[in-house]
Ligand binder design. Structure first.
Ligand code: CA2
Length: 145
């Protein structure tokens, strides 16, 4: 069986650490990648960590993970609120997917309360800052083992 978890990140997450630390924390995406690699090693999984600002690229990566990965942890960014294409891509693969967000999207603006991909994933984690990524990897590990 594959021993890699894909960690996929959507639009604007490359800007973490530069603005709005009160909402998203002060860590950069590179800091979060390092945390994920450490946690992956503890859990016995390699981590393939990626970020794109382009919806189609994220769809391609979900398809790729479907044939290569043991699971996907995905922070879809704002596309999570809008993307039927990502919903369909997740439904088109059979590996488990966990949606995560740094912030508690339900405690923010109404337009962030709805996730288009939530009905297609195993579960959703939000509101724990960078620790949301760690929780998502542990959830995937529990599902997979
Ligand atoms: O809380 C999350 O992880 C989000 O997925 C982050 C997205 C937001 O659109 C979602 O509603 C919730 C935003 C990504 C980062 O955007 C930045 C904005 C300003 C400064 C730095 C990053």
């Amino acid at each position: 069986m594959a021993s890699t978890f894909f960690v996929l990140n959507g639009p604007n997450l490359n800007m973490l650490g530069k603005r709005e630390p009160g909402i998203y924390g002060g860590q950069t995406l590179a800091d979060i990648e390092a945390l994920c690699r450490d946690e992956g090693a503890k859990l016995g999984f390699d981590i393939d960590f990626r970020q794109s600002n382009h919806e189609g690229t994220l769809v391609d990566w979900i398809h790729e993970a479907g044939s290569k990965a043991a699971g996907i942890a995905i922070n879809p960014g704002a596309y999570g609120h809008t993307s039927i294409a990502m919903h369909d891509a997740i439904r088109s693969i059979s590996v488990p997917v966990v949606e995560l967000h740094l912030s508690n999207i339900h405690a923010r603006e109404e337009f962030r309360h709805k996730s288009m991909i939530a009905p297609a994933v195993k579960g959703v984690i939000c509101g724990f800052g960078a620790h949301s990524y760690i929780l998502a990897l542990n959830a995937l590990s529990n599902i997979t083992k």
